[in-house]
Design a protein around this ligand. Structure first.
Ligand code: UDP
Length: 461
């Protein structure tokens, strides 16, 4: 056994779900724990393990181990689609996870805790079987998770502590279009909603229930939820460079499902004036209709503002014909994927048109960039509502027939953010939240205190 192993306070296995929006926060939390003397082994699919190990080798002290070969056994595109993948993943990965943890148990650093994505709820049973501590990590906002909880109770007949009637303290009244849903299918719990609700399986058995959020941002709902479970808000989990800069060499996520066009982005951004650029991204998971792409494109061109638009490769053919080649380099740029954090932190960026994925929302808040919210589904709807009405760090583009936002509406929202009184107020708000985000993760901040408390408890196990 490596002599180096003696230096660790404890050993934690981290099991993120494989998507970009899930990997980022759990990897970042891992880096923070590693910086505080914890041995971390991150385990996920083989293709993610390879991608992360290559990127992270130079900058952090995390170990990577695969427990599922998605090439050999099939990923989401394999037989049975998403459901088939989940079944295969559970069958194989649960056995391999037991082997992985067991392998370490006779070493100098036996595993003390398993931190698993709440979407992989079966992992709780593995921790139970091997008698180690377990922490369930939710990668959505506390508000979204709280708003789903009554649906879980409804579905399972759980009669745990009473759920207060909505609106809960600190939450806006949650109803369409703010209720988490797949558009109009609310009430029927479509399969994806059942999957989201499966995050609550085993929550009550967790030693900690972790959220990528921070106390000031969601104080009332965090406090309410703390009455149900041992909730700890440990975020925002952005790379340390953008917040407290206390974790050495932590300047990016180190994991990307698509190839970033970094050089082209910065050459272009560097040529633009401060606060003049509209950055647009709908994240890694959403798939928009071609009509919606046409409306966004029209809004950007008609706004006569400089824009940088990240359109993932699988969506590129939905852009209007010749859109990419028809815009001048001076005016705008379309890339497949960019280093979003560094783009948001660039002084040229003055507005973020976003689908309001939870990571993107926290990144905009933490980097002080006001948003035009264009949520597509699920927690994005809730996040967009909070962005506009609770934190007041952006405005939501209204949708019309077919659920689309029309170009005039998008353009008007961009103008509100970039010009005028309301835009200035929104900017002042986002700067205030930014300061609170930094404070939360800095020494003695609410998230930092939670992390220390978890480590202290683990070292006594
Ligand atoms: N992202 C990126 N480059 C891009 C677009 C997105 O690095 O061109 C990152 C972004 O910084 C965020 C993540 O991808 O951390 C997307 O997560 P989010 O929760 O916002 O949305 P999802 O992709 O899960 O819908």
């Amino acid at each position: 056994m490596d002599k180096e192993d003696d230096k660790y306070k404890a050993h934690i296995i981290v099991l993120p779900y494989h998507g970009q929006g899930h990997m980022n926060p759990m990897l970042q939390f891992s880096k923070r724990l590693a910086a505080k003397g914890i041995k971390i082994t991150v385990t996920t699919t083989l293709s993610n393990t390879k991608a992360m190990a290559a990127a992270a080798a130079a900058s952090c002290s995390i170990n990577f181990e695969s427990i599922y070969d998605d090439h050999a056994q099939g990923g989401v595109a394999g037989p049975g689609g998403f459901k088939g993948f989940l079944e295969r993943f559970e069958a194989t990965a649960s056995t391999n996870l037991i082997h992985l943890i067991t392998k370490f148990q006779d070493s100098n650093n036996p595993v003390k805790c398993l931190i698993y994505d709440a979407n992989i709820a079966w992992a709780s049973n593995v921790a139970n079987e091997l008698a180690i501590a377990r922490a369930s990590f939710f990668t959505q906002s506390c508000a979204f998770v709280a708003s789903c909880y009554p649906m879980h109770c409804d579905l399972t007949g759980v009669v745990s502590p009473p759920v207060p009637p909505l609106p809960m303290p600190g939450l806006p009244e949650l109803r369409l279009p703010n209720l988490p849903s797949l558009g109009p299918q609310v009430g029927s719990y479509p399969p994806i909603m059942r999957y989201i609700l499966s995050q609550f399986d085993n929550t009550e058995k967790a030693d900690w229930v972790l959220f990528n959020s921070f106390l000031n941002l969601e104080e009332e709902v965090i406090n309410w939820m703390s009455g149900l479970w041992p909730v700890r808000a440990i975020g925002p989990t952005l790379p340390s460079l953008y917040l407290d800069n206390r974790v050495k060499d932590d300047h990016d996520y180190g994991f990307n499902i698509f190839k970033q066009e970094t050089e082209a982005c910065f050459k272009w951004l560097d040529s633009k004036e401060k606060g003049s650029v509209v950055y647009v991204s709908f994240g890694s998971a959403a798939s928009l209709a071609a009509e919606q792409y046409a409306e966004v494109g029209k809004a950007l061109v008609h706004s006569c503002r400089n824009f940088l638009w990240a359109v993932k490769p699988s969506e590129e053919d939905k852009l209007p014909t010749n859109f990419k080649s028809g815009i001048s380099w001076e005016m705008g740029m379309v890339v497949a994927w960019c280093p979003q954090l560094a783009v948001l932190a660039h002084e040229a960026v003055g507005c973020f048109v976003s689908h309001c994925g939870w990571n993107s929302t926290l990144e905009a808040i933490s980097l002080g960039v006001p948003m035009v919210a264009m949520p597509q589904f699920l927690d994005q709807m809730t996040n967009a509502h909070l962005v506009e009405h609770v934190w007041k760090v952006g405005i939501k583009a209204k949708t019309g027939d077919g659920g689309f936002s029309w170009s005039e509406e998008i353009r008007a929202c961009i103008e509100v953010i970039m010009l005028g009184e309301r835009g200035r107020e929104i900017m002042a708000n986002v700067c205030r939240w930014r300061a609170l985000a930094k404070e939360a993760v800095d020494e003695g901040g609410s998230s930092d205190v939670c992390i220390h408390e978890i480590i202290a408890k683990l070292t006594t196990f």
